[in-house]
Design a protein around this ligand. Sequence first.
Ligand SMILES: Nc1ncnc2c1ncn2[C@@H]1O[C@H](COP(=O)(O)OP(=O)(O)O)[C@@H](O)[C@H]1O
Ligand SMILES: O=C(CO)[C@@H](O)[C@@H](O)COP(=O)(O)O
Length: 566
Amino acid sequence: MNEHFSIGIDFGTDSGRVVIVNVETGEIVGSDVTSYEHGVINENLPEARMSLPPDYSLQHPQDYLNVLNKSIPVAMSKADVIGEQIIGMGVDFTSSTMIPTDENLTPLCFKKEWEDEPHAYAKLWKHHGPSRETDILNALATGTRQKFLSYYGGSISVEWMIPKCVELAERAPACYEAAEYFIEAGDWIISVLTGKLVRSNCAAGFKSFWDKTRGYPTDFFEKISPVIGQLEHTKLRGEIHQVGTRAGLLHNSYAHSWGLSSETSVATSIIDAHSAVLGMGASEAKTMVMVMGTSTCHITLSDKKQAVPGISGMVEDGIIPGLYAYEAGQSAVGDIFAWFKKNQVPAYIEYEAKRENLDVFSYLEILSQNIKPGETGLLALDWHNGNRSVLNDPNLTGMMIGQTLNTKPEEIFLALMEATAFGAKVIMEAYQEGGIPTDTIYASGGLPARNKRFVQIYADVTNCPVRIASNPYVSAVGAAILGTVAAGESQYGYDSLEKAMKHMNQLNEKVYNPIPENVQIYKELYNEYRTLSDYFGRGVNNVMKRLKSLKTQSYQNERETETTLP
Ligand SMILES: Nc1ncnc2c1ncn2[C@@H]1O[C@H](COP(=O)(O)OP(=O)(O)O)[C@@H](O)[C@H]1O
Ligand SMILES: O=C(CO)[C@@H](O)[C@@H](O)COP(=O)(O)O
């Protein structure tokens, strides 16, 4: 009974993870992962009721509840701890993942009358349905010189909350009308756990343009439409709390069914990538945390307030009170490798991997060890899910040049990994030019833990040492850190995030240092990448967009009505 623990719950794109962490030592004593039964819904609604337009990425919130109900008890039993030893819990979630709910915070898609309506489901961060609306919002925000825009890299991302709200108002007005709240999925889980609606300043700041001094940019919302102008007082209403505070206490019914105390503190939620900053213990300036999984987010903290073109956002107190948090992102990284594995890897590789008792990625990584930088003759653009950094355009697409009849799968895999590293370097340069330089990378997320070549490529391309995490659960541990601080008032918690980070961070001793001859070759390849990227991404040749629009036009969607937006 001397030891105390906190529960961290991390909701990713395909699954949710629960960890039980010792608050004194940071040791993970129990963990469990639950995959989402419905996964990413991008072809048909559940029960194949209806096929979806291209670029839709929906989820079923029941899958999130299943993570709580299955993984919390399993992780607890693996940890062999008793309820009284758990002092707090925290939640992190991909974002902006948005759920429309009724007045009782029940997701609309749980109700019979809305189960055939795609807009009643959770819209996952990578849902690109509102790309038309986002173009209009960007033109309007730029045309009316909205001040907030410069703190969001100069443009609005299709992946954030407000485009999702506008899409709902435009394409499913009855559903919009029926929704009492639009809630970030992380805040929704907190409402499930505590019975209260408490919104996080991290999610509201990064994804809904909320700022602690000026609130939401309501004058901009009003320019979009009278309905959207009311958002703050209608669907987005609710208290906004600072990350690191307590949202409430665990609801009795959950405390009872999980054998926890009803005095267990539940923290205000945080975005998954931002949680990794806590889990890595990365509060120093010039340190960039790259959270590398399905996508990659590039997060850094500074005591300076800067408008950095090409990044995704900057929020005062967004992660740690007193510091400005900065975020940039790549819409697909692991997702590109997943696509490659599913659609491009030939049967003989799968056969050989199986024979070696390896998964396909590990086998391809081993094969790629025989290929030096530059030896593939390939160069790729990593825009398979659009670009959400300096080009901020969901209509850009992936590309590979240099293929011959001799090109091998492991060479393509290597070129794709290199392309994602070049995409990350573009972002680091944007930060540098914007006055937020970086000299060390902390790599967390599922990818660095599984693929050493990948991490070395990043060290070589960026010419920066890369420090990795000791396990793939960093964001979940960040959430557990929040749980500990939320319990700060109790005898065993911490009264500051910094103190909890010192005790509980998951930083490994291992450092990947850049290899000088690789750095040199990648410098040349990077210049080629920039040339290609400017050519296809900056309007010299719009072929990617033309192809994409042909594809979209051919989809007969009766909802593709005329827009009512300005
Ligand atoms: N060895 C590997 N090499 C390259 N990509 C991998 C490897 N293992 C898994 N991935 C990719 O990593 C992603 C999963 O990352 P993870 O951090 O676990 O999940 P999430 O992004 O949902 O939090 C998937 O897109 C998968 O394709
Ligand atoms: O956009 C953000 C954070 O702002 C992420 O939630 C999003 O890129 C998804 O993250 P994952 O790749 O699922 O870890």
